[in-house]
Design a protein around this ligand. Structure first.
Ligand code: TSJ
Length: 658
């Protein structure tokens, strides 16, 4: 790719003082994130050397003095003299802001965007920095330091040696070691796990690249990442615990308008999708143009294929983006110049040209793949799956319409379906509450204990149908879910309308045991799958009931946790009685009202899915096919004597007394 990179083509801009004055402008912040930006910058340069085909191994070491070393076995940075400045190229790179290949398009680099601030920024923000170049049989070394004068003024990144030949070597490559300046950063402690995670990504994104990570501090660690299968290995890793539709992920690579596009994808039998995207090895968690291009690329390809081979029953129908997304696991990686980010966390790719480039590379190569005779089986599976999803989508939509019309005709209260729902009498949607209660007996108690003006009770018999293992048609046939759907009033799927929601709070009430935990998880998953907006908008709650009643004379406490039990017994000292509630059904209506239903006294957890991917994994562990994993997880997290347990599971926050 690049050639003749000599001191000639380095563009000179401004000095390092600017960086010291406003570090955040160059590295985002001086927090722990900014600290790791320094390392990313150096590593990116080494990765570039590998991407360009000159290096295949990188070593990163966190040294015992908290400095870090990064080595690549590439060509070694140029040491020849800059023709105008008459100083060695390496020195220019480390001392002149914005000096570096990436400003010169003939030597363009793939690192960049947010991170591509240059090695000089790292130097400016370090106590000291040392670069070693192994080239032409020689080892060169130059050292930079941050020095202060008598008045205490700091000059950072100052060369304290020239570029010296310190020996002969048969090695090739570049090694940079630096110690971040503790006067700049809130912390100078590198986080091994954070680095390890990012290095793993880089290894997946650059197949065959060997990256070693070593921690030489007190708690010694070492890992080596190298994935010959690249993105395909990444997809296999994400899908490891899932049932996949076909064994080998589909791998696509191509280049269009100077944008390199790579993608690997595979389907599994779940009804969610995971798409990870990267631009120049940087994770774009918020997606962006490349991801959009990928999604429209596979949608177009599968649609065209289905159309051409007469697989769609109705020629006028087509598969939507959602139809081809279900069960999709994909990693998309592009490499291009001048990447631009937008979005809340600047993790969304903004370059419009990336969309068309990715879409075109995907359509062209995925179509070839689908049409190749040896892939008949896979193509058929994919198309059939997407068509089935489309049929289910239509079924949901039709069923929802029918339900809505049925409800309109009969009125919710009169419907046979809602026989079990004890609805509230008031019409104020802004305060109405729906309790979904485990068990008929607890349901009965709740009906007696509620405030019928604004509280509705829906008892559930036994365990609800596990929605993770079935499709919406099945879900629609289930009495309980049908009733919930009816009661909510919002409709579902593309008919969903949150403004029609009949209740402000939907509260799941189940026993504080393992079965109860399972029921909560199934219901949370149901809402997550079919009514994600209800979770996002904060309408779904887990109601907490007390575990113990502690009485002494006419004094009495309800304890919701073991800790509260301890506090109560300590206060009472002697001669108290403890009643342990094994289930909601053991309370009488007054007790249930006092402890669990009454907004003034009860406690609830609001279910919040902050990080959908995270929640996804957790819910899948509970709901998926790996029975053993599920058992472990429930035993670990379903201990409701510890009230933050479920909170952790669904990333929910306690709303305290409400
Ligand atoms: F820039 C840096 F200090 F951050 C850094 C750069 C850090 C590390 C660990 C490695 C590197 C780096 C740079 N590794 N490899 C290179 N390669 C070049 O700078 C290079 C070498 C030769 C030629 C040529 O045209 O002969 C061109 C380049 C860009």
């Amino acid at each position: 790719m690049s050639s003749n990179y000599t001191a000639d083509n380095i563009v000179v801009l401004e000095g390092l003082e600017a960086v010291r004055k406003r570090p955040a402008m160059y590295i985002g912040s001086t927090s722990v994130r900014g600290l790791h930006h320094l390392l990313t910058e150096i590593v990116d340069n080494a990765v570039d050397e590998a991407i360009n085909g000159y290096a295949d191994a990188i070593e990163i070491t966190i040294n015992s003095d908290n400095s870090v070393s990064v080595y690549d076995n590439g060509r070694g940075m140029p040491v020849d003299l800059h023709p105008k400045l008459k100083i060695p190229a390496v020195q220019v790179i480390f001392t002149v802001l914005h000096a570096g290949g990436k400003f010169d398009y003939t030597n363009y680099s793939f690192s960049g965007g947010l991170h591509g601030v240059g090695a000089s920024v790292v130097n400016a923000l370090s106590r000291w920095l040392e670069v070693r170049v192994y080239r032409d049989g020689k080892e060169y070394c130059q050292r930079f330091e941050s020095v202060s004068d008598k008045k205490g003024n700091i000059t950072s990144g100052k060369p304290v040696t020239g570029v010296e030949v310190i020996g002969n070597t048969r090695k090739k490559g570049t090694m940079v070691t630096f110690l971040p300046d503790d006067r700049v950063f809130d912390t100078v402690n590198f986080d091994y796990d954070l680095i390890s995670k990012r290095i793993r990504d880089i290894a997946y994104l650059n197949s065959g690249l060997k990256i070693k990570l070593k921690d030489d501090r007190a708690d010694k660690k070492e890992e080596e990442f190298c994935f010959e299968g690249g993105l395909s290995d990444y997809v296999k890793y994400i899908n490891a615990d899932k049932n996949v539709l076909f064994k080998e992920p589909i791998y696509i690579s191509g280049e269009k308008n100077n944008i390199k596009v790579e993608a690997a994808f595979q389907y599994n039998d779940s009804n969610s999708d995971i798409v990870y995207s990267y631009a120049n090895n940087i994770n774009t968690a918020e997606g962006g143009t490349h991801e959009t291009g990928f999604r429209s690329g596979i949608t177009r390809t599968i649609n065209d294929f289905a159309y051409r081979f007469n697989l769609l029953k109705d020629k006028k129908e087509s598969l939507t983006g959602a139809d081809v997304r279900e069960g999709l696991t994909a990693v998309v990686s592009i490499k291009m110049r001048d990447i631009q980010f937008e979005g809340q966390t600047k993790e969304k790719l903004n370059n419009t040209e990336a969309r068309a480039a990715v879409e075109s590379v995907i359509v062209e190569n995925f179509t070839k793949f689908m049409e190749a005779p040896q892939n008949d089986d896979v193509s058929k599976k994919i198309t059939e799956k997407c068509i089935k999803t489309a049929q289910i989508r239509k079924a949901i939509s039709n069923a929802a319409t029918k339900l809505r019309e049925g409800a309109k005709q009969k009125g919710v209260e009169n419907s046979v379906l809602v026989g079990k729902l004890a609805n509230c009498s008031g019409n104020n949607k802004a305060i109405n509450e729906l309790f979904i209660v485990e068990g008929n007996s607890a349901g009965g108690t709740a009906k007696l204990g509620r405030n019928r003006e604004f509280q509705a009770i829906l008892p559930l018999r036994g365990k609800p149908l596990n929605v993770e293992k079935t499709n919406f048609e099945q879900v629609m046939k289930n009495e309980e879910y049908k009733t919930i759907l009816y009661a909510l009033g919002t409709g579902v799927g593309d008919k969903f309308d949150i403004s029609k929601l009949n209740y402000d709070k939907i509260i799941i009430l189940s026993d504080a045991d393992q079965d109860g935990a399972h029921i909560r998880a199934i219901l949370v998953t149901f809402f997550y799958r079919y009514f994600p907006d209800l979770i996002k908008e904060g309408h779904i709650y887990i109601g907490l009931s007390p575990l113990y009643k502690v009485t002494k004379g006419d004094k009495m406490y309800y304890a919701y946790t073991d800790e509260e039990l301890k506090m109560a017994t300590e206060e009472f000292g002697k001669n108290y009685t403890i009643q342990r509630y094994k289930g909601l059904g053991e309370m009488n209506p007054d007790q249930l009202r006092e402890t669990t239903l009454d907004p003034a006294k009860r406690r609830m957890i609001r279910v919040q899915i902050g990080d959908v991917q995270e929640a996804e994994g957790k819910i899948e562990v509970l709901m998926g096919d790996k029975a053993d994993a599920r058992h472990d997880y429930i035993t670990k997290y379903a201990n409701f004597n510890k009230r933050d347990a479920y909170e952790d599971m669904v990333d929910a926050k306690s709303t305290g007394n409400k």
